[in-house]
Design a protein around this ligand. Structure first.
Ligand code: ADE
Length: 224
C-alpha cells in the first residue's frame, strides 16, 4: 500500500512512521508513506497556500489551487482508491474503517489547517472525510498519523503474529480481556489462577467472559 500525505507541516510526520510496527511495514515493503510538502505548490514568491475567507469570517482558508495542483500531479502518476480529508466534521474513525482502508492500494490523505479547505475541494476532489474524534486539533497531521498507524498494522504480513490483530479490542465490537505476564505474583497481587491452569478451554472461556464484562462496564454502547 502507498499512502501520500499532503501537509503544510511535513516535519510533524517524520517520526511516527519510522519506528516499531510502522517501520517494519516499510522495511518489508508493505507500506510506503510519502509526505508531500504543500508549500512546494504554493502560489507566487511567498508560496502562498491560504487566504482570507470570503464573507468576512475570521481565520484563513486553504486555497484551492495549491491543493488541486498537488492532487492532480499525484493522480497523473497513479490511480488512487480514496482521497481522504482529515477534518473534525468528517466521519468518526473506527476499527471497521481501518479494516476497510487496509484493503486499499493507494491513498491520498490531505491534512487540513487554519479554518479548513475551500469547500470546492471537498466537492470535487475529496472522496472520504475522516475525524479522529469530537475535538479540534490544530491540524490534520496527528489525526492522519493515527489513521495510517491503525490501517498500516492491519496490512497482511505487517504484524509478526498474523492472528494477533484479530484479537484486538474493537475487532469484534468487544474490548480486550485483561492481560498478564510474569511474575505470577507481585506484591501479593496474583494473576487469575485460570490463566496458569494450562486448560485452553477454560482460558478461552475466561477471556470471553472478561471481554464481555469489560465491554459492559466501559463501553455498553458497543453491545447495542
Ligand atoms: N483536524 C482537526 N481536528 C481534527 C479531528 N478531530 N480529526 C481529524 N482531523 C482534524
Amino acid at each position: 500500500m502507498q499512502i501520500d500525505i499532503i501537509t503544510v507541516v511535513p516535519d510533524l510526520l517524520q517520526s511516527p512512521f519510522s519506528h516499531s510496527i510502522m517501520k517494519r511495514a516499510a522495511d518489508k515493503g508493505l507500506l510506503q508513506v510519502n509526505v508531500i510538502n504543500l508549500r512546494n505548490y504554493g502560489l507566487g514568491k511567498s508560496k502562498q497556500v491560504d487566504d482570507k475567507a470570503f464573507g468576512g469570517e475570521a481565520g484563513m482558508v486553504m486555497m484551492i489551487e495549491p491543493i488541486a495542483n498537488c492532487i492532480n500531479d499525484l493522480k497523473a502518476k497513479k490511480n488512487y482508491d480514496e482521497v481522504i480529508y482529515m477534518t473534525p466534521d468528517g466521519k468518526t474513525f473506527n476499527q471497521k474503517m481501518a479494516n476497510q482502508l487496509s484493503l486499499k492500494e493507494n491513498l491520498i490523505i490531505l491534512c487540513g489547517h487554519y479554518k479548513g479547505i475551500d469547500e470546492r475541494l471537498r466537492e470535487h476532489f475529496i472522496t472520504m472525510e475522516i475525524s479522529v474524534g469530537d475535538y479540534v486539533l490544530s491540524g490534520g497531521e496527528l489525526a492522519a498519523a493515527v489513521v495510517v498507524d491503525a490501517v498500516g498494522r492491519l496490512i497482511p504480513g505487517v504484524l509478526n503474529d498474523e492472528s494477533s490483530a484479530l484479537f484486538d479490542s474493537f475487532q469484534d465490537d468487544l474490548l480486550s480481556h485483561p492481560i498478564y505476564t510474569r511474575p505470577a505474583e507481585y506484591n501479593g497481587w496474583k494473576v487469575p489462577p485460570v490463566l496458569l491452569s494450562g486448560d485452553p478451554k477454560l482460558v478461552k472461556q475466561w477471556k470471553e467472559e472478561q471481554s464481555l464484562k469489560r465491554t459492559e462496564e466501559r463501553r455498553p454502547d458497543l453491545l447495542k
